[in-house]
Design a protein around this ligand. Structure first.
Ligand code: COA
Length: 334
């Protein structure tokens, strides 16, 4: 039986630090409100003159490849999770392929928002188990800052999100690495967290740039209260599903990395599961919610900090737009 394992992880975040005080200067908000409701102290925003989703992903990927001891030319499949691809089409996977100097290998984009990285990981796992690919680059990267309404009108959403990229290299392994993945969605809630435009369902006459009088459809719309209520339920369900599928209990988890949506959500899950602080990794304080980037960035930092060691049981869990939610249970292998 061939399994897949995570052979290396990397990340890259833009240089520009956006503090809560900076946001308080451009909209009616304040540090206390943001920290109390979200746990976020600062996030990174791109410099549009320098950063793209694909080039941030390339930096994260090079780090992951180096740590895995894999040359870029040995990558045989790219899976790119993002909802903020550089172009409306094509996806950013092909742009990453170009940045890495590769030609002809397949590149596929996955547009499942905050759950996107786990969806991509699950897809990579299947392709490795079947023997089709040997070095799969799995990426989650986003530029959220350019889609935020950075005025008081958008404050309920704008204070949460940030930019960044993370990557993992998956390889075949005789020892179990990825133990199981669990994917879900419920499209009834698609419009509760979404960016509407540029939507193909707009009538042709409304798609002419000069006809677009209301540009709010290009900004992130989020029903924060509803998202919160569904997130806490689905996170718990999908973590339990992963544990049950492997005949494990919460005591078997060495490290839980929840998608960094909101520190209150992470703290709620931690408390419900009864996990001690050292078993839950959070970095939302420094980066905000980087959507598909959040889990691989956190994995990379947790590994750097020595919090992921050989044979550790790592649980990943996510919830986001769609709604989509997902989990993965991994036997970490050095
Ligand atoms: N600064 C100051 N006040 C703000 C604010 C801000 N940035 N954003 C909203 N407020 C105000 C509201 O206007 C409202 O004022 P009112 O009571 O006078 O009407 C009050 O704060 C409460 O707003 P509400 O939206 O009910 O706050 P909340 O406690 O639900 O917190 C979120 C808002 C967005 C932080 C919270 O709903 C949340 O985290 N939801 C989940 C979001 C998430 O995880 N998204 C990603 C999923 S992947």
């Amino acid at each position: 039986m061939t399994y897949s394992k995570i052979a290396g992880v990397g990340h890259h975040v833009p240089e520009t630090v956006i503090t809560n005080d900076y946001l308080s200067g451009i909209m009616d908000t304040n540090n206390e409100w943001i920290v109390e409701r979200t746990g976020i102290h600062e996030r990174r925003f791109i410099d549009p003159a320098r950063d793209t989703v694909a080039n941030m992903a390339a930096k994260a990927s090079r780090m992951a490849l180096e740590r895995a001891g894999v040359k870029a030319e040995d990558v045989d499949f790219i899976l790119f999770a993002t909802i903020t691809s550089d172009y409306y089409f094509p996806g950013s996977g092909v742009l990453l392929q170009r940045e890495l100097g590769l030609e002809s290998i397949p590149a596929m984009d996955i547009k499942n928002a905050c759950s996107g990285f786990i969806y991509a990981l699950s897809t990579a796992d299947q392709f490795i188990k079947t023997g089709m690919y040997k070095n799969v680059l799995v990426v989650g990267a986003e530029i959220q800052s350019t889609a935020l309404d950075l005025t008081t009108r958008g404050r309920g959403t704008a204070v949460i999100f940030g930019d960044g990229a993370g990557a993992a290299v998956l390889q075949p392994s005789e020892q179990p690495g990825v133990l199981s993945t669990h994917l879900h969605s419920d499209g009834r809630f698609a419009e509760e967290l979404y960016v509407k435009d540029p939507g193909s369902s707009r009538p042709h006459e409304e798609r002419q740039p000069e006809q677009i009088l209301d540009t709010s459809g290009f900004k992130v719309h989020m029903n924060g209260n509803l998202v919160f209520k569904h997130a806490v339920v689905r996170f718990m369900e999908v973590i339990k599903e992963a544990l049950d599928a492997n005949d494990m209990t919460r005591d078997d988890i060495d490290l839980l990395i929840p998608h960094q949506a909101n520190l209150r959500i992470s703290n709620y899950i931690q408390q419900k599961l009864g996990l001690p602080d050292e078993k839950v990794y959070n970095n939302i304080m420094r980066y905000g919610n980087t959507t598909a980037g959040s889990i691989p960035i956190a994995m990379s930092e947790a590994w750097e900090e020595g919090k992921l060691k050989n044979n550790d049981r790592l649980c990943l869990a996510a919830f986001g737009s769609g709604f989509t939610w997902a989990s993965a249970l991994i036997n970490w292998q050095e």
